[in-house]
Design a binder for this molecule. Structure first.
Ligand SMILES: Cc1cc2nc3c(=O)[nH]c(=O)nc-3n(C[C@H](O)[C@H](O)[C@H](O)COP(=O)(O)OP(=O)(O)OC[C@H]3O[C@@H](n4cnc5c(N)ncnc54)[C@H](O)[C@@H]3O)c2cc1C
Length: 505
């Protein structure tokens, strides 16, 4: 994090946070218009509203300008211009992130990658797809289907970009068996903080040298901007068997998950929804699922016909042994799609039960599921708020949805505090502060709960190697403001803190 000259505002279009250095800011915006074309630079407050938040609407900030480059050369020129003007910038894909990762910096530049949505190459003999960062996740599977598919499948896959997936190391329902984004990215072209372009990896599975791919995937836009991405696709399974089973409580469904894994069965996906999320989804998806049960477990086996059949029978037996009141089996693709529609509707459908909600994302060891769910129930009661639970059960990745009404005095603050307590409960249970939505601005205060000062210093050294001036998505991920080169040690107040511009959590 570092101070930066203020961009200022074009006089005819006043914007929030206009600073003193207006002439310099106008010069940068004029330069950006030359690079990408005036029609792809937005500075009016009405236009900037689109870019002010990502999916975490609790945070909002207008940038000085949103710029939408059309190719990698334009991205590099935009970033170089920001570097020369000493102005911070933030990359943005589809803006579906849930941790404020794409939140703009006041008076900075937002670089939106939505125009870069071309699939550049489908190389099925080598099982690779090369694409621009603005391509949606689902478009990759559509480009190679039906014989192949791209396994990491965030529930937001119809809108989220592969660039955002790379930055967040996104997961999804099928990641328990298939792995996360990091397991599928083999090559990247990246624009660095000063506009320089580098290539990391390629189509080969494991390139020589430092594993910069591993460092970049999950770096939340703080190490540069990906302008070309090569991913691995895999052959589609021969068969799929999908069922949903209903239980008296999420703990019962959780015990099924433990027994399934212990029994050596590896389903493609195992998702649990509690009663509240079932009620919300049923209103939207109308699947005819019971809404008076405690929980539903959606499980899908995939692989060869024989392996699927054998595993499926065992799965049913385990469900029955844990008091399943009903088991529905998808008899065709339409029924399977309806089951997944119910699950994927859970987040958006929550809007039918509450005017506002906060999506939390934490991980716990699978075996701690009943204990942590009890703790969440107790916290909900203590804070007098409702919490729905939906989770990728195989990975122990919880998504508690904390419902509140922002129009009621103090409820938003209570909801945020409760969401924080849930994260602390996950860490105390031996888990993590995020499973797949990233740290962003939302979770950075919890980083010291998971990492020591020495761990955080190592992260900071890597970040500084890529972003020595602290202008690439500043204020995200790292919990404490620290300039590159600043020596870690006993806490001393940073000049930005003294000036009231940054705070320490
Ligand atoms: C309804 C709903 C369901 C969701 N379900 C899931 C789920 O199941 N699993 C899951 O993992 N997530 C899920 N998410 C969260 C979100 O969709 C993912 O984090 C997704 O990867 C974000 O992609 P995006 O294109 O919207 O990125 P953005 O929100 O635009 O950006 C996210 C981060 O990536 C950075 N970034 C974007 N593009 C680039 C680039 N080209 N180069 C470098 N950095 C870049 C940004 O700076 C930011 O830090 C869900 C969100 C919603 C709204």
């Amino acid at each position: 994090m570092t101070a930066h000259p203020q961009l200022g505002t074009e006089p005819e279009q006043p914007q929030p946070g206009a600073g003193a250095d207006g002439a310099r800011g106008r010069a940068l915006i004029a330069r950006l218009r030359e690079i990408v074309g005036a029609e792809h630079v937005f500075t009016h407050p009405h236009q900037l509203r689109t870019y002010a938040s990502d999916g975490l609407l609790q945070y909002s900030q207008h940038p000085a300008a949103a710029v939408v480059p059309g190719d990698a050369a334009e991205v590099a020129a935009v970033v170089r211009a920001c570097h020369e003007a000493e102005v911070p910038w933030v990359a943005r894909g589809s803006g579906s992130g849930l941790s404020g990762g794409a939140l703009p910096v006041e008076d900075g530049i937002l670089v939106a990658l939505t125009r870069m949505n071309r699939i550049l190459e489908v190389d099925l003999p080598n099982q690779r797809v090369v694409c621009e960062p603005g391509v949606t996740n689902i478009a990759i599977s559509q480009a190679v289907g039906p014989g192949h598919f791209y396994p990491p499948d965030p529930s937001s896959q119809i809108i989220c970009s592969i660039g955002g997936n790379v930055a967040e190391n996104s997961g999804g329902a099928h990641c328990f068996k298939y792995g996360f984004t990091t397991n599928y990215v083999t090559g990247l072209k990246v624009v660095l903080h000063d506009g320089e372009q580098i290539e990391i990896g390629g189509k080969e599975p494991d390139g020589p040298g430092y594993d910069l791919l591993g460092a970049f995937v999950g770096s939340e836009g703080t190490l540069g901007v990906a302008t070309e991405i090569t991913v691995r696709v895999v052959p589609s399974p021969e068969a799929k068997r999908t069922l949903v089973a209903f239980f008296p409580s999420p703990a019962h469904a959780g015990r099924v998950v433990s027994d399934v894994v212990r029994g050596g069965i590896i389903p493609g996906a195992m998702e649990i929804m509690d009663q509240m999320s079932l009620r919300a989804s049923e209103q939207m998806a109308n699947a005819g699922w019971p809404t008076d049960v405690g929980a539903a477990l959606l499980a899908e086996l995939d692989g060869s016909e024989d392996a699927c059949e054998a595993g499926f029978e065992r799965l049913r037996e385990i469900c029955e042994s844990h008091e399943a009141s009903e088991i529905k089996v998808a008899s065709d693709e339409a029924e399977r799609a309806q089951m997944w529609h119910m699950r994927k509707a859970a987040f958006p459908a929550m809007g039918r039960l509450a005017s506002h909600y906060y999506v939390q994302d934490g991980v716990i060891p699978r075996t701690k599921l009943p204990e942590v769910l009890d703790r969440i129930d107790a916290l909900a009661e203590q804070y007098d708020l409702r919490v729905a639970n939906v989770f990728h059960a195989g990975d122990g990745n919880l998504h508690p949805l904390v419902c509140y009404d922002a129009n009621q005095e103090g409820e938003a603050e209570r909801a945020e505090e409760l969401a924080g307590e849930i994260i602390v409960a996950c860490v105390e249970a031996g888990g993590s502060i995020t499973g797949e939505h990233g740290v962003g601005v939302d979770k950075k205060r919890y980083m010291p709960k998971m990492f020591s000062e020495a761990d955080l210093s190592a992260f900071q050294k890597l970040r500084c190697a890529f972003d020595p001036n602290g202008r690439t998505n500043p204020g995200k991920v790292m919990p404490t403001p620290r300039l590159c080169g600043e020596v870690p040690g006993p806490y001393r107040q940073h000049p930005l803190e003294q000036a009231g511009l940054a705070e320490r959590f």
